[in-house]
Design a protein around this ligand. Structure first.
Ligand SMILES: [Zn+2]
Length: 380
């Protein structure tokens, strides 16, 4: 039996706002909130703080700002911003139905400062039955919850995310969800829509994907009736972020860099660097040992796994890993300008800001190591 009166650890801003904070205020709120001493509050006490317009940080940050200082977290927020114009508006009532249908009821929810009648903007907070202390589990929970709602802000899964309070009423349900329950939801999310079973589907259904994974991943961290969490992820190499869903025979890597999921075919594509056609070929003829027929080449083309644009748009992509939030993502970036425009100074400033974890042009940086090589090339 879970004690719903148990308190959760949160960091709450000391300053209250009657309107949505803007511009420079935001950096101040973030720094003040996440440098504040974390305190234990009941959901009702937290609701009171939010109603006063105080911001809060669900993730507890210790000894410094930035996602790398995340220590633990027990409540998880999903922002419904209704910003995707290709999708119908999601109302709070409909969102609550999604929660009910999936068996994950929130601890509290409230309309945000920018909510309007035409474009509802609201926040749903879920309370876990225990604090989460592993970052990949945190990401796993955050991304699974976000994927439940078609109109959710997909970018709000970072560890150092803060949430503003509101000038509206906070609805308190004080419900609790378990880690396992959330993982079960992930299983539904990777299962593709029902369609008639093709020959390939039948092969997939009969294939012992689990044994293949046992061999590839080795040690198992956690096993329940619905899923297996492997210690080693064959996709991204991280620990404890690879989940195999037993019933649907699908997997998901929750790594911030990997972020892959799907069937054995997707698995082969990701781990063997194969195209979809090559992966199907390998699966059928190597793993399932089907005899190769004469006309197989023409068959191959008709058996391509097609996905609709609707499925594509609904895909749950891994969140972007930012060096500088909303400005410079992980990966290769080019700064191009005419000579003497200030490219080198700009780059040096980026390096200094990122290395100290200081804001760059008002953008939050994720502290990391930087290496600046000023290699001037002379081109004749
Ligand atoms: Zn992974």
């Amino acid at each position: 039996m879970t004690n719903t009166n148990s308190k959760i650890l949160v960091q709450v801003d000391s300053k209250a706002y009657a309107q949505k904070p803007e511009g420079k205020e935001i950096g101040g709120i973030k720094s003040r909130t996440q440098k504040s001493e974390a305190k234990y509050l009941t959901i009702y006490e937290l609701a009171t703080e939010i109603e006063q317009g105080k911001s809060f940080s669900p993730g507890i940050l210790e000894s410094g700002l930035g996602a790398s200082n995340w220590k633990e977290q027990q409540i998880f927020g999903v922002d419904i911003d209704n910003n995707d114009e290709t999708l119908p508006i999601l109302t709070p009532k409909e969102a609550m139905k999604i929660c009910k249908d999936n068996g994950v009821l929130p601890a509290l929810c409230y309309k945000t400062f920018s909510n309007t009648a035409d474009k509802p903007k609201f926040r749903i907070m879920f309370k876990l039955n225990e604090p989460i202390k592993h970052d990949n589990r945190r990401l796993l929970i955050a991304s699974t919850l976000v994927a439940l709602f078609p109109q959710a802000d997909k970018s709000c899964v970072n560890a150092d995310r803060i949430f503003f309070g509101t000038n509206k009423k906070v609805k308190t349900l004080n419900k609790t969800v378990s880690f396992d329950k959330i993982l079960e939801l992930g299983s539904k999310q990777v299962t593709s829509e029902k369609h008639e079973l093709t020959e390939l589907d039948k092969l997939k259904a009969n294939f012992d994907f689990e044994s293949l994974l046992n061999e590839a991943c080795g040690e198992i961290t956690r096993r329940t009736k619905t899923y297996i969490m492997y210690k080693y992820c064959p996709i991204c190499g991280h620990h404890d972020d690879f989940i195999y869903y037993i019933k649907s025979k699908t997997f998901k890597c929750f790594g911030a860099h990997g972020g892959a999921g799907g069937s054995i075919i997707d698995y082969l594509m990701a781990t063997r660097n194969l195209s979809q056609m090559q992966a199907i070929d390998y699966f059928k003829y190597e793993l399932c040992r089907l005899p190769r027929g004469k006309n197989d080449n023409t068959k191959e083309i008709s058996q391509l796994e097609l996905i609709s644009a609707k499925q594509l748009i609904k895909q749950n992509l891994a969140p972007i890993n930012w060096c500088i939030e909303d400005f410079l993502p992980q990966g290769l970036a080019l700064i191009v300008a005419q000579p003497k425009a200030g490219k080198s100074w700009l780059t040096l400033t980026i390096c200094l800001s990122a290395s100290m974890g200081k804001d760059f042009l008002g953008y939050h940086t994720n502290k990391g190591e930087t290496l600046y090589l000023a290699l001037e090339a002379v081109i004749d």
